[in-house]
Write a protein that binds this ligand. Structure first.
Ligand SMILES: Cc1ncc(COP(=O)(O)O)c(C=O)c1O
Length: 382
């Protein structure tokens, strides 16, 4: 059922799906099949030419439902899902760039995205310029005649600095360059890059969108024309980064509660960031909707005032004679509820030491009071 008059939380549940025609099953079935039967050679040929269901690496009905919901959420015409966020990013870049092209990327993109550009794309004669895109003028000055695309993430990891998507898109489009935004950290509940001017949005579905830390997935969303260009000749036919139907089903189950989960992640993030800001051992707290964040105004415009589900902070150096690194390790090792693990967007709160001496907490869905109490009991032991 695709009814645009409904609000977003209703649409996430109903969009792109209907009860199974043959059985009435309300939950989308898991079409756990590699291949699909055609009724004749002519029917098979027609399916091949029209992106019909022929072979699951290319498309599958469980994936189709998820793709429809993702396109609706990000205000794109079309979406494709993939086996992981990296599957989506690699397939997109491989499809769009060729030898001699230039990419401008924000510094501080997800580490594996940077490695993919620096160590793989470079082998094919693609030139990459990394810039501090928090100042959009740096993007503008890095653009060249052969800049095929500008690639950014906002908020950045782990600094939680923001990039002005509208400004960057204006600069890139004036240069005939495409704009790709990795929207994993914000999610379309609080930030819609396509409405701000981006051409394509990529996600790790592994994070907030699935939300339960039990499945990998990725997606690319944009105009039908661009998504078709990425489908052929890249995802999923040739890079093979196709999402298994079981994973698609799990992500479909998770996505239906995305709106309410994300709001709770944001409430918990705000409460934790405010608590951390008042602690004497803490030198710096980074959270986009804190009034002290240097881009608080941009967060109001671009993220609807929500800070997201990740908070970063830095301890002071020299607490009771400890170096910052020693104190950070001691603090994290004393957490009881919060788990030391990478990733974000899960129901569990996770913590990770990051570069720039930042401690990154991916706030989960537990009670904000319990998360704060855990940090508190550890902080007072320093
Ligand atoms: C911002 C961002 N983009 C992409 C990825 C890659 O996603 P995946 O782990 O699903 O391949 C990650 C993973 O942590 C990420 O944080």
């Amino acid at each position: 059922m695709n009814d645009n008059s409904h609000s977003l939380d209703t649409k996430i549940i109903h969009w792109g799906q209907q009860p199974d025609i043959s059985t009435g099953a309300l939950a989308t079935p898991i079409y756990q099949t590699a291949t699909f039967a055609a009724s004749s050679v002519e029917h098979f040929e027609e399916l091949c030419q029209s992106w019909g269901y022929v072979y699951t690496r290319e498309c599958n009905p469980t994936l189709t439902v998820l793709e429809a919901k993702l396109a609706m959420l990000e205000c794109g015409e079309s979406a494709i899902v993939s086996a992981s966020g990296m599957g989506a990013i690699a397939s997109t870049l491989l499809a769009l760039v060729k030898t001699g092209d230039h990419i401008v990327s924000s510094d501080g993109v997800f580490s594996h995205t940077k490695i993919l550009m620096n160590e793989l794309l470079i082998k094919f004669g693609v030139e990459i310029t990394f810039v501090d895109a928090v100042n959009s003028e740096n993007i503008k000055s890095a653009l060249k005649n052969n800049t095929k695309l500008v690639y950014i993430e906002s908020p950045l990891n782990p600094t939680l600095d923001l990039i002005d998507i509208k400004k960057v898109s204006n600069y890139a489009h004036a240069n005939n360059s495409l704009v790709i935004v990795d929207n994993t950290f914000a999610t379309p509940i609080i930030q819609k890059p396509i409405l701000l001017g981006a051409d394509l949005v990529v996600h790790s579905l592994t994070k907030f969108i699935n939300g339960h830390g039990d499945s990998l997935g990725g997606t690319i969303i944009g105009s039908k024309e661009l998504i078709d260009e990425i489908k052929w000749p890249s995802l999923c036919c040739f890079t093979g980064a196709s999402l298994p139907p079981m994973s698609a089903w799990m992500i479909l189950r998770g996505i239906k509660t995305l709106d309410m989960r994300l709001k709770k992640h944001c409430e918990n993030g705000q409460a934790l960031a405010e608590y951390l800001s008042e602690q004497k051992h803490i030198e710096l707290v980074k959270y986009p909707s804190l009034k002290t964040h240097p881009q608080y105004e941009l967060c109001q415009q671009q993220m609807n005032g929500f800070g997201g589900g990740v908070v970063s902070f830095r301890l002071k150096d020299g607490i009771k004679g400890l170096t910052r690194d020693q104190a950070s390790r001691k603090l994290i090792n004393a957490f009881k509820l919060i788990t030391i693990a990478t990733s974000l967007g899960e129901e569990h709160t996770l913590v990770q030491m990051n570069g720039e001496n930042l401690i990154r907490i991916a706030v989960g869905l537990e009670s904000a009071r319990d998360i704060i109490n855990d940090v508190h009991q550890s902080l007072i032991m320093l």
